[in-house]
Write a protein that binds this ligand. Structure first.
Ligand code: SF4
Length: 360
């Protein structure tokens, strides 16, 4: 399923917009078509609330942007009481989507109730999960009203997901993602990219609607450029894409080196463009306007890349003006105006050059 049909599914799930919060569509059109402000005005509403349902995780990936599992994790657990206060905030009243993520959100025992609360406020609800607990929890989540599931596939979960995903992929559109490290690209090149082809086949055979390859972004403070696929690896990356296209039938390809065709319901693979290490002329990222990424206590970050230290930028429950802290205004300005120096946090970020990756 490509983006067109994914959007059709959102439209259908929202009763063609009639079941969304009042003003949500006008607010989204303003975000897509209007001039984006460097200073967010009072009453600004984010099209997406991206909330950390728990900081716990049943994995510990080297490239995770969350910055580890805190000893006092209970303090960061999203509870129905906390969520009620968050959903009541003006800045989320017109949000189309509520995305629950983590950590691993399926570890939060209240997850179905949280989903139902967001649905009761007419938001569409998506989850970002590593999928390991879907076998136990998917049916409850479907009943609660989840309409979109993004499953992150990793090398160390591949075997388990091969068994879990086929049993739950009929419940909601299952959109897989896979973080492609440069070392993996190089290693698979020695094998004519057979591991990459296997990953695509596994997701397709498991009944997923799509698979999006991600180039690792890692956190700002620990960014390791050695694992980022940049334009210097573009030739090898292009080879990988060609081999995938030549060897996979019944698959549609989009993104880098892939011409967009007619909309299709076929299983779709998306390839992002390699990252640039210098500031590009066109800065496409729209994340700081599109969503607010926050934890259960109101600590927020402008995007997941800067997420390792929730609260570093401010807390919207304690001080709504922290949305316009100097640093954040500078980031927004530098994204809108390519004659300004690019803020260092954004250098080498895959979303900087790829509007597909940075917006809905
Ligand atoms: S370019 Fe990357 S780091 Fe900068 S705001 Fe966008 S997502 Fe965040």
């Amino acid at each position: 399923m490509d983006r067109f049909f994914r959007y059709c599914h959102f439209l259908k799930s929202s009763n063609f917009g009639f079941s969304l919060p009042s003003g949500a569509i006008a607010n989204y059109l303003k975000f897509k078509l209007g001039t984006l402000p460097d200073i967010l005005p009072s009453g600004y509403s984010f099209p997406i609330l991206d909330i950390c349902a728990t900081r716990r995780c049943n994995l510990s990936c080297s490239f995770c942007t969350l910055g580890g599992f805190p000893k006092d994790w209970q303090k960061f657990e999203l509870t129905p009481q906390k969520f009620e206060n968050i959903l009541a905030m003006d800045m989320f009243k017109k949000s189309i989507f509520v995305v629950l993520e983590g950590g691993e959100p399926l570890l939060n025992k209240d997850l179905p109730e949280l989903v139902a609360m967001a649905r009761a406020k007419k938001h569409l609800v998506g989850l970002i999960t590593n999928g390991l607990l879907l076998g136990e929890r998917a049916k409850d989540l479907q009943r609660a009203g989840v309409c979109d599931m993004q499953v992150s596939v990793y090398d160390n979960t591949y075997d388990k997901l091969t068994k879990i995903l086929p049993s739950v992929s009929h419940l909601f559109p299952m959109n897989a993602s896979y973080v492609l490290l440069k070392s993996k690209l190089e290693q698979s090149a020695n094998n004519n990219f057979s591991e990459i082809i296997d990953i695509i086949k596994m997701c397709k055979d498991a009944g997923c609607a799509s698979l999006k390859f991600n180039i690792v972004v890692s956190t700002y403070s620990t960014r390791d450029f050695s694992e980022i696929i940049t334009d210097t690896s573009a030739a090898m990356y292009s080879d990988m894409i060609s081999v995938c296209k030549n060897n996979l039938k019944g698959v549609s390809f989009s993104g880098y080196n892939s011409k967009g065709g007619l909309p299709t319901k076929q299983f779709t693979v998306f390839f992002p463009a390699p990252t640039l290490l210098e500031a590009p002329t066109k800065r496409a990222c729209r994340v700081p306007w599109m969503l607010l990424n926050m934890d259960a206590n109101g600590n927020f970050v402008p995007c997941c890349v800067l997420r390792e230290n929730y609260g570093m930028h401010g807390n919207v429950l304690e001080d709504v003006d922290s949305l316009n802290a100097d640093k954040l205004v500078r980031i927004r300005r530098s994204l809108m105006n390519s004659t300004l120096p690019l803020e260092p946090e954004c250098v080498g970020c895959v979303k900087l050059i790829d509007e597909y990756m940075s917006t809905i």
